[in-house]
Design a protein around this ligand. Structure first.
Ligand SMILES: Cc1cc2nc3c(=O)[nH]c(=O)nc-3n(C[C@H](O)[C@H](O)[C@H](O)COP(=O)(O)OP(=O)(O)OC[C@H]3O[C@@H](n4cnc5c(N)ncnc54)[C@H](O)[C@@H]3O)c2cc1C
Length: 352
């Protein structure tokens, strides 16, 4: 009989949320065990990893951009160093206006809301390749190669025997002891188990009251010979270079059909919207779909379960996992150490 492994934190789920939390807790000296069921398609595994400073038709600057972006940049670069791999880039992004209303929004907001975030290069882009009649602007964003980051992290966790493929049944597997929780099936005991299950937590009985909404997203990999643009181009959807003549484009946003099935309608929507601004033919190489973990209110939620404090929750990163998980993991670790208290709007206790 192998000896029982004892750790401070068990983390269920190695997506963007669980990975950032695991790094943060390990770096603070805690013993951490990560359990993930290693599905081939998850929200994190298909995500484009874009960090886009200004988004949407209303040209909104992403919430707490400056603080989260510089924190995320330092965080990913330090992990690149530690794992001797490369997966993070600061990326120029081009935003093309899609309507006169957007041009007007820009005129109203650019000087007051984001004067130092944007520039207007001359020319904006190659007119023979892109529809540029309404103009646009350039901004500096970031791109995380999410699969490469998750894989480099998993190898690091495995090298410390801190990772295991396992599917946790949140009712059957958890045996509560005075100040800990034991998972006999996996031969491990922890002071706390933190669920970072993404959208799957909507079926976790401990978090029944969390108002999950979810948003399915579809994404295409495209072959576009002759396109040498290396900036990410946004115009309703985004187009981002991947490697050689391959690009990614996406993504759709569907609140009704919450499954991981790529659909002809999703593919058509992306291709149609792309053809509104790209003048080159594209060939679809791959088409994938997953569900973003959106919680009503659209803020991340974290904390320990008020009735069962051996259980924690770190979730709700919606479309902002790459930008927000590093800062939020640090914040959650501070909460766990009693150094700070959670904002009411992000506090698990106020949702249950
Ligand atoms: C098409 C698309 C494009 C996107 N593009 C971007 C983008 O450009 N930029 C950006 O920042 N975000 C993007 N996102 C959103 C981003 O992917 C999410 O914010 C992020 O994936 C959330 O990560 P997570 O760790 O909470 O969830 P997940 O990625 O779902 O990870 C949860 C993990 O837990 C595992 N798991 C769940 N339950 C269990 C269990 N009981 N036992 C064991 N393992 C379990 C799962 O297998 C999975 O590995 C995109 C999402 C989609 C769908």
């Amino acid at each position: 009989m192998p000896t029982l492994k004892t750790v401070d934190y068990l983390i269920t789920g190695q997506g963007l949320a669980g990975t950032a939390l695991a790094w943060t807790l390990i770096r603070r000296g805690y013993r951490v065990q990560i359990l993930d069921r290693c599905e081939p398609v998850t929200s994190s595994k298909i995500a484009a990893g874009l960090i886009t400073p200004i988004t949407g038709m209303r040209l909104v600057v992403s919430w707490r951009l400056e603080e989260f972006f510089s924190f995320a940049t330092d965080f990913y670069r330090s992990i690149e160093q530690e794992t001797k791999s490369q997966f993070y880039e600061i990326k120029p992004m081009l935003r093309l206006f899609a309507s006169p209303a957007e041009v007007q929004q820009y005129a109203q907001r650019s000087r007051t809301h984001f004067p130092e975030l944007v520039t207007i290069p001359e020319p904006l882009a190659d007119e023979s390749l892109f529809e540029l009649s309404l103009g646009g602007f350039e901004m500096n964003g970031g791109q995380l190669d999410v699969p490469a980051y998750l894989e480099a992290s998993r190898h690091f966790f495995e090298s410390r025997s801190s990772f295991r493929q396992a599917e946790i049944d949140p009712l059957e597997d958890l045996e509560f002891q005075a100040n800990s929780v034991r998972l006999s099936r996996w031969n491990v005991r922890a002071d706390k188990i933190i669920f970072c299950e993404g959208i799957h937590s909507q079926h976790n009985p401990w978090f029944k009251a969390i108002p999950f909404e979810g948003a399915k997203g579809e994404i295409l990999t495209l072959k576009i010979p002759g396109l040498h643009e290396r900036r990410v181009v946004h115009r309703g959807i985004w187009l981002a270079h991947w490697k050689e003549d391959l690009f990614r484009a996406g993504s759709t946003y569907d609140r009704a059909q919450l499954d991981c099935e790529p659909t002809p309608a999703g593919r058509k929507e992306i291709c149609d919207r792309l053809s509104d601004f790209l003048k080159l033919p594209v060939e679809v190489i791959e088409h994938r779909a997953a569900v973003r973990p959106v919680i009503r209110g659209r803020l991340p939620i974290m904390g320990l379960h008020p009735q069962q404090p051996q259980i924690g929750f770190f979730n709700g990163f919606a479309s902002k996992g790459s930008l927000q998980t590093p800062w939020m993991a640090n914040h959650f670790a501070d909460i766990l150490e009693g150094k700070t208290t959670p904002d009411k709007a992000m506090d698990l206790a106020h949702k249950l």
